[in-house]
Design a protein. Structure first.
Length: 292
């Protein structure tokens, strides 16, 4: 029986940048998924529970790690997707890091340094709210950021963006060879939907804190950001580090797709609890006898 959720996921999975263009991926695409927002809650919960069970095996076996990277324009729903999809995860086996502009010691190192020290250990799920891609997105759209990074002038020219994307691609390949499974989510929000969400942040007092003056400034550079994202995805999409360009105009659908992707990926890892040796079994029986 066909699974319309899985079908939409597969259409949104990018493993090669050849011919990729964001305009080909509608932000309000629902595919043939028959669910409504209310009906989706049960489907999401089912996946959350399955992810939690697999996380227990991941944590116990300590062979693989999973790194989920979330990228998006402002108001696309990164925070809410993380909140909902990972709500069933045992905090002991999970770590969430939100990256803002580098400061202090971070600025004195290469652009990957602060991300390397935040990578998940084996057996854990890592969630990066923004990532090393900011260095080829916001830094590219706002040249003053690159100017403030104190790089040797000889290294700063028109080739720096291609070089950084090449470095990112090589680094992600390295991680995949070390047992880190990479899932890169781009929550693709429509420009009009962003406008509505910004207005909601103004109209609802509890959301006022979410809207910053810089959000409006960046909105004026919408198409510059879209071009930067398209370039980054095109340069770094690979079978070992796929991008998922997810429609983000419906938050409930975005969450469901993220959960479907994470669940399907973890199932493919064939996770098991560690096998107990005969000696350990004998020890357990002795423990049972002592407890009895």
């Amino acid at each position: 029986m066909s699974n319309p959720i899985r079908q939409l996921v597969e259409r949104r999975r990018i493993t090669s940048g050849e011919g990729f263009a964001l305009k080909d991926y509608a932000t309000d695409d629902k595919g043939s998924i028959p669910l409504t927002k209310v009906e989706s809650e049960a489907a999401l919960q089912e996946r959350i529970e399955a992810i939690a069970e697999l996380q227990g095996r991941l944590y116990a076996s300590r062979r693989w790690s999973v790194l989920c990277i979330f990228q998006a324009q402002d108001a696309a729903g990164k925070d809410s997707a993380i909140k909902h999809v990972f709500s069933g995860i045992n905090p002991q086996g999970c770590q969430v890091v939100s990256f803002s502009a580098p400061v202090g010691l971070e600025r004195e190192h290469d652009f990957l340094w602060r991300h390397v020290v935040a990578l998940p250990a084996r057996g854990r799920i890592g969630i990066h709210n923004r990532s090393w891609y900011e260095e080829v997105l916001v830094a590219r759209v706002h040249p003053e950021i690159l100017a403030g990074e104190a790089l040797p002038k000889v290294l700063v020219d028109d080739t720096i963006w291609d070089e950084r994307l090449e470095d990112i691609g090589c680094f992600e390949r390295y991680l995949s060879r070390q047992g880190t499974v990479l899932l890169k989510f781009f929550l693709h929000l429509g420009e009009e939907e962003q406008r509505k969400r910004f207005l909601a942040r103004i109209d609802e007092p509890d959301k006022n804190w979410k809207l910053q003056p810089s959000d409006i400034v960046d909105r004026r550079r919408w198409h510059d950001y879209e071009t930067a994202y398209e370039t980054a995805i095109r340069a770094t999409a690979a079978p070992y580090a796929p991008w998922y360009v997810l429609p983000a105009d419906r938050k409930w659908l975005t969450r469901l797709l993220v959960a479907e992707i994470l669940l399907g990926t973890m199932r493919k890892l064939d996770l098991h609890y560690p096998e107990v040796s005969e000696t350990q079994r004998e020890s357990l029986q002795k423990a049972r006898k002592a407890l009895s």
